[in-house]
Design a binder for this molecule. Structure first.
Ligand code: ADE
Length: 234
């Protein structure tokens, strides 16, 4: 899978590309990522950003360099252009799985007040929000999206069952986990986990996962139902 990231701050991605699971995905050749500096697509006296029409605070990323950068990325990346923004569809495990099936994606990182709407109308295929809060740029959202997506790229997790066992993989939050020592400040790890009885351990984990989900995220147990169609009922 190939990621091309358009950003004013390519340096933010350097440690992200090198560390942990994500780093191994790239160093192991299972995925690749490149950043493009938006300023390299500015022409003449025009910069990457300008004051918003209609006034108000903050600057707006100008359409021309965004369009030029996206179109250049499309030459090497067949995937959709994703624009992280608080107004997008809310990112989720389901969206991550969906994106992981693609050959790649291009992520356009906004800054300041956002991107000139006309560039988004012309080139953004999907807008994704991490949640109901405002980040100062799309870069941290891009990293979150890449991290969650890469976990579903075959071969990235050493054990392919890990993604399924993690929170949301089975539609539930993950059960709590423990490691040595057996007792920490008087708190003992659950005895069943030390029993060696794999069926009992599986059952315990499933029960804790259901309990945890019911307590903290009951919405995951009963996802919203679609509204009844007009044909149904009276
Ligand atoms: N950019 C700024 N805020 C964001 C958010 N909540 N999600 C995704 N991208 C963003």
């Amino acid at each position: 899978m190939r990621f091309d990231i358009i950003t004013l701050f390519p340096e933010l991605f350097l440690p992200f590309f090198r560390c942990g699971v994500v780093g191994r995905a790239f160093s192991g050749g299972l995925a690749r990522a490149e950043t493009a500096q938006l300023r390299d697509y500015c022409e003449g006296a025009h910069g990457a950003d300008d004051r918003p029409f209609g006034g108000g605070s903050g600057m707006v990323l100008a359409a021309a360099p965004v369009l030029a950068a996206v179109r250049d990325m499309r030459k090497r990346n067949a995937g959709p252009v994703i624009y992280p923004t608080p107004r997008g569809e809310v990112f989720s495990d389901a969206v991550a799985r969906d994106l992981a099936k693609l050959p790649g994606c291009i992520i356009l990182c906004g800054r300041y007040r956002g991107v000139d709407e006309r560039a988004l109308e012309a080139e953004a295929d999907r807008e994704i929000s991490l949640g109901d809060y405002v980040l100062s740029g799309g870069e941290t959202a891009a990293m979150a999206v890449m991290d969650a997506v890469l976990r579903y790229v075959p071969g990235v997790l050493g054990n392919p069952l890990s993604a399924e066992e993690d929170s949301f993989g089975g539609g539930l939050l993950d059960a709590p986990c423990y490691t040595r020592p057996e007792v920490v400040e008087g708190r003992a790890a659950p005895a069943v986990l030390l029993s060696g009885d794999h069926a009992a351990i599986r059952e315990w984990r499933q029960a804790r996962a259901r309990e945890m989900t019911a307590e903290r995220r009951p919405d995951l147990l009963s996802p919203p139902q679609p509204p009844p169609s007009k044909m149904e009922g009276g």
